[in-house]
Each structure stands twice: as structure tokens, then as C-alpha cells.
Ligand binder design. Sequence first.
Ligand SMILES: [Zn+2]
Length: 154
Amino acid sequence: MVTDETPRFAADRMLMRLARWLRLLGADVITDASVGGAELLKRARAEGRILLTRDKRLRAASDAFFIESNNLRDQLPAVLAHFAIDPGVRAFTRCSRCNLLLAGVARELVSLRVPPYVFASHDRFAECPGCGRIYWPETHPRRIAAILESITHR
Ligand SMILES: [Zn+2]
């Protein structure tokens, strides 16, 4: 049963960067570079996901959201304007590469795995159970807003 009201997505292979950024904002986004849009749409439908696509042939498909721009700066705002994704709630809870939810990890365990200035300036760290990447969640809403700003208005 899905208790999470945030929409789940599948992103086609032309939208890999967008997928990574949406994951950083907390959205569940699957990608599969080995299949085309139509194939991915089938999988998305089977899993109750919305397909994000640059494929014009899928423009009119139900359960698909056509992304006009080739530029991340336009793509991300387009998705955020259309779907209920609140970066303030779930940002930095998911691995941008694996799409897996991060698990908290004790601060002392990451001291040698992150840059010293990061270790010094953050209290909380999280680790991806898939690839082992360490994240240092930006939990401050103003900081998250600044990051979004930097992508969308550069
Ligand atoms: Zn990962």
C-alpha cells in the first residue's frame, strides 16, 4: 500500500541529471538507461509511477509528463511546479545515484570519509545502503532553497 502522497517517477535516459536532482529533493525516481521511453512507460505504469520523458512520441500518453526543455535549469522548475514535491520535507533522504533511502550513520564513523570542513560543520550524516556514499543532509530550509536557486537561476 502506498502511504506516501509524493508522486513516484520514472525518468527516461535523456533525463538522468533531472532524476538525480529530484532524488536529492526526496522524490522516488527510477531510471533505466538500457530501455527506451515506451518500454519504461510500461514499467512505470505497472509500478504506479509517472514517466518523465523528453520523447515527443510519448507527449500525449497518459501517465507521462513531457519535459519541453533540454536544460536542467528549466526541467527542475517544470517538475516542481506541476507535482507536489516539498523539498523542505524530504530533501537529502535518498541517494541521488541508487534511489535508495539513506540510513543515518554515527558522526564518528564518517570522520575519515568526508572532507574535514564538512565533518566540522555538520552534525548529521547519512549513508546509502547501496553504494556507501556519505551524505550530509542540508536540513535548513534556507540552505535547501539556496541550492535550488543555484540550479535554476544560474
Ligand atoms: Zn547509493
